[in-house]
Design a protein around this ligand. Structure first.
Ligand SMILES: C[S@@+](CC[C@H](N)C(=O)[O-])C[C@H]1O[C@@H](n2cnc3c(N)ncnc32)[C@H](O)[C@@H]1O
Length: 263
């Protein structure tokens, strides 16, 4: 079966929030507590999306300032609404950050590095804008392993259409493994980085609560779901309904693991 070409789609904030933003908002504070950055620092969030990590920095880290950089006009608009003027938001890309050299103390990036075409260049840019002695850190989903809501999706998709394997984020993103992250940091001159896993529970009240967000079309798996015609999408939905573990009340309890890295 021929799979359509599907691009990563980052356009509309609301469907993104329902799909993965709701979990990203739980992950961000856990990452920040692992970082343990003192109060009063100037922060930059690269690929800030709808503002999940910026919001967590504002809530938990008592920052001196927070800036965000994000290429999607739609997401910058959502972030502006969500953050209500508490962060300075720039439209821009990780490989060419619109900030001066040595202008911030902490540079973070949540769930982004694997989507950037040249992660090494992005890390060098992150280093450029950080002051000496600053902190550079990031996290990415464990797509090939314990990011279970996506793992189930792609495993079912590939069972129905082997050519979907090349779109599977577990295959597409070899960077999302601890050793690869450490190598990427070392290759960008950031030295021996520390890596840890962060697991968050992702509990869905019902199958619909799991499935509906894929129909919003934001991100690789939802974009793939929406590239299928209705009958193929229904087959995928039914396959997922059959394979997902259920509790007695019909809820679906999964885990999402991220790999976090800091230098
Ligand atoms: C999974 S979302 C994560 C958003 C947000 N950081 C969060 O934790 O919810 C991936 C984000 O990476 C952004 N992105 C994709 N390519 C990028 C690039 N070259 N530079 C910066 N951000 C990029 C997307 O626009 C999107 O906002």
């Amino acid at each position: 079966m021929e799979t359509l070409r599907v691009s990563d789609t980052w356009e509309r904030g609301n469907p993104y929030e329902q799909y993965v933003g709701r979990w990203s908002r739980q992950l961000a504070p856990r990452f920040l507590s692992w970082l343990g950055v003192p109060e009063g620092r100037a922060w930059l969030d690269v690929g800030c999306g709808t503002g999940a990590l910026c919001a967590a920095i504002l809530e938990h880290c008592a920052p001196a300032s927070v800036a965000g950089v994000e290429p999607s006009v739609g997401f910058v608009g959502s972030a502006k609404q969500n953050l209500a003027g508490r962060a300075v938001l720039h439209k821009g890309s990780a490989d060419s950050l619109p900030l001066a050299d040595a202008s911030v103390e902490v540079v973070v990036s949540g769930l982004v590095l694997n989507f950037v075409p040249d992660p090494r260049r992005a890390l060098i840019e992150m280093r450029r804008v950080a002051r000496d002695g600053g902190c550079i850190a990031a996290y990415v989903w464990d797509y090939a392993g314990k990011m279970e809501l996506m793992r189930h999706f792609w495993d079912a998709a590939v069972e129905l259409d082997a050519s979907a394997a090349k779109l599977d984020e577990g295959n597409r993103f070899p960077l999302c493994r601890p050793d690869a992250l450490q190598q990427a940091f070392a290759g960008a001159g950031l030295g021996q980085a520390e890596v840890t896993s962060i697991d968050i529970p992702t509990r869905f009240e019902s199958f619909d609560d799991y499935w509906q967000p894929f129909l919003g079309g934001q991100g690789p798996a939802p974009a793939y779901a929406m590239s299928l015609d209705e009958s193929r999408r229904a087959r995928l939905r039914d396959r997922l309904r059959d394979r997902l573990p259920r509790d007695a009340d019909g809820s679906i309890a999964l885990f999402a693991r991220a790999w976090a890295v800091k230098a």
